[in-house]
Design a protein around this ligand. Structure first.
Ligand code: FES
Length: 97
C-alpha cells in the first residue's frame, strides 16, 4: 500500500450496531470516536472504567472482540466484520432473602 493511498474503510459492529472505521485504527480509537466511553465495569465494585494507558498495560480498556472477552481494545486493530462488545451494563445484584 502506498502511503498516498486513502485509508480503507471497514465495517464493524459495536454492541450490535453497525459502524464504519478505518482499517488499522485501534479499537479504542473507534469506540471513543463513536462517543462510547466508558467501555466496561470493574467486576468487583461496579465502577465504570475506560482506556487509561493506551499501551496494553492497565487492562482498563478490555472489551469482547469477535467473542473473545478480555481483549485489550487499545492494542487491537479493527478489521472488516469485527464484532466489538463493551461491558457497561450494571452488575447483577445478589438476592437477599
Ligand atoms: S488502555 Fe491500558 S491496556 Fe488498554
Amino acid at each position: 500500500m502506498s502511503t498516498n493511498s486513502p485509508p480503507q474503510t471497514v465495517t464493524v459492529t459495536i454492541d450490535g450496531a453497525p459502524g464504519q472505521a478505518w482499517a488499522g485504527q485501534s479499537v479504542t480509537a473507534v469506540l471513543v470516536a463513536a462517543g462510547i466511553w466508558p467501555l466496561r465495569r470493574n467486576p468487583v465494585n461496579g465502577q465504570l472504567r475506560g482506556p487509561f494507558c493506551g499501551m496494553g498495560v492497565c487492562l482498563e480498556c478490555e472489551v469482547t472482540i469477535n467473542g473473545r472477552p478480555g481483549s485489550r481494545s487499545c492494542t487491537a486493530h479493527v478489521t472488516d466484520g469485527m464484532d466489538i462488545r463493551t461491558h457497561t451494563e450494571p452488575l447483577p445484584t445478589a438476592a437477599h432473602g
